[in-house]
Design a protein around this ligand. Structure first.
Ligand code: CUA
Length: 151
């Protein structure tokens, strides 16, 4: 009789354990992380996802754009994203504080060394969008810009 109780208890604990492992794996899947993540600013280019800056499709309706800001420009130099899809920008800086401000939109992200910032946006019109740095970051600040092509 005792053995049976322990057997059931064992199976129950195993089930609970496996669901926790499964849930954790699911939660940490390929979703871009939210909140205020930290990153070693000296190791940005070696740390995922910043080891591959650029656009990547997450699923049918979502894309992630990984951007590194540095004096005085952005990596990748070219950004092309589709219209009407959720675009999740993931941003950091390797040197000083910059911004990633998309003209005529509500996107105004701070690029802070040591931090990862996320912002989700859906472009409703195709075209070229100017991206500017709004934080004074040095002599080249006024030239720090890039362009997003929405197709
Ligand atoms: Cu970068 Cu101002």
């Amino acid at each position: 009789k005792y053995e049976k109780i322990w057997l059931i208890f064992g199976i129950l604990s195993l089930t609970v354990f496996l669901s926790i492992v499964g849930f954790t794996a699911f939660a940490h899947g390929h979703e871009p992380a939210g909140g205020m993540d930290t990153i070693d600013p000296e190791k940005v280019t070696e740390t995922a996802p910043f080891d591959k800056p650029g656009v990547r499709q997450i699923d049918e309706d979502r894309y992630e754009v990984v951007v590194i800001a540095k004096a005085f420009g952005y990596d990748p130099p070219e950004i092309k994203v589709p219209v009407g899809k959720e675009i999740i920008f993931t941003l950091t800086s390797t040197d000083v504080v910059h911004s990633f401000t998309i003209d005529n939109t509500k996107v105004n992200m701070m690029a802070v060394p040591g931090r990862i910032t996320h912002k989700s946006y859906i472009f409703d019109k195709p075209g070229k969008y100017l991206v500017l740095c709004n934080e004074y970051c040095g002599t080249g600040h006024h030239f720090m810009s890039t362009e997003i092509e929405v197709y």
